[in-house]
Design a protein around this ligand. Structure first.
Ligand code: NAP
Length: 273
């Protein structure tokens, strides 16, 4: 009886079962950078809930400990270590710790970014430019370069880079940061064809305004939010979990034919370059 219903509806029950397991990340090892708060933490949570073993990190041990405890309380397999993404020795330690504890790497989510200056683009100092480009762009590339040999050893993997809506439409006052986020759209597209040979997919997520500490000066300012809401189809700012879920999808086999893409998750703000 059930079979004939499936036949009428042209549903293959076996294919249905397969698609459920395609979203699973059981047995996968995932590094998420800058993952003790906000979007990074929500991403670690989303990956962990799909069964991945996750590695969280950030600059402060207290934050790492807190994030590990929170994820463990949700039965997520997790370890944590300090990693200031701007430091070569920290990046190497993050990779080595992952290999020592979990024996391989399948997923990298490059999420770290800074914005040390708010103001006119032409008032941005060389020092600020260097910092923004080093953390937001160069470290994303260098982390990818570090993990690729280990993904290759496992027969493939997935890299997801966190950009921003600012990468499409520069935000006033955040000029250099916006340019760095546009660079990540390019980095994604440049890496994807090269790494496809090793069965590694490279994708990007560009969030709109998401309720985190990083964006608090925006969402705590009612006047700014009123103006901003005009641009939104969904008239609220996003939650970190709404980005974590998109990243987890891109890391899963459900996205097995997607590479070099950026998914914008902005509540409907029009994005184009
Ligand atoms: P957040 O909530 O403020 O969290 C930032 C995280 O990064 C913390 O865990 C922090 O921990 C860590 N961190 C900061 N500097 C670091 C460094 N140099 N190395 C390693 N870890 C570092 O920020 P968020 O809003 O989730 O932002 C995450 C990403 O989303 C960024 O790439 C940002 O550009 C992007 N994004 C955010 C929004 C938004 O509206 N929130 C929109 C678009 C894009 P420690 O202090 O312990 O280091």
């Amino acid at each position: 009886m059930l079979r004939s219903v499936f036949r009428c509806l042209r549903i293959n029950p076996v294919a249905g079962q397969r698609s459920m397991s395609q979203s699973s990340l059981a047995g996968k090892v995932a590094i998420v950078t800058a993952s003790t708060d906000g979007i990074g933490l929500a991403t670690a949570q989303a990956l962990g809930k799909k069964g991945a073993q996750v590695v969280v990190s950030s600059r402060r041990q207290a934050n790492v400990d807190k994030a590990v405890a929170l994820l463990q309380s949700q039965s997520i397999q997790v370890i944590g270590t300090i990693c200031n993404i701007d430091k070569k020795e920290d990046r190497e330690k993050l990779v080595q710790t992952t290999l020592d504890q979990y024996g391989g790497i399948d997923i990298l989510v490059s999420n770290a970014a800074v914005n040390p200056f708010f103001g006119n683009l032409l008032d941005t100092t060389e020092e600020v430019w260097d910092k923004i480009m080093s953390v937001n762009v160069k470290a994303a590339y260098l982390m990818t370069k570090l993990v690729v040999p280990h993904m290759t050893q496992r027969g493939g993997g997935s890299v997801v880079i966190v950009s921003s809506i600012a990468g499409y439409q520069p935000i006033q006052g955040l000029g250099a940061y916006s340019v760095s986020k546009t660079a990540l759209l390019g980095l994604t597209r440049a890496l994807a064809p090269e790494l496809a040979h090793d069965n590694i997919r490279v994708n990007c997520v560009a969030p709109g305004v998401i309720k985190t500490r990083f964006s608090s000066s925006l969402w705590q300012n009612e006047d700014m939010m009123d103006g901003f809401k005009q641009l939104l189809s969904i008239k609220r700012i996003g939650e970190p979990e709404e980005i974590g879920g998109v990243v987890a999808f891109l890391c899963s086999d459900e996205a097995s034919y997607i590479t070099g893409e950026t998914i914008t998750a902005t509540g409907g703000i029009n994005c184009r370059l």
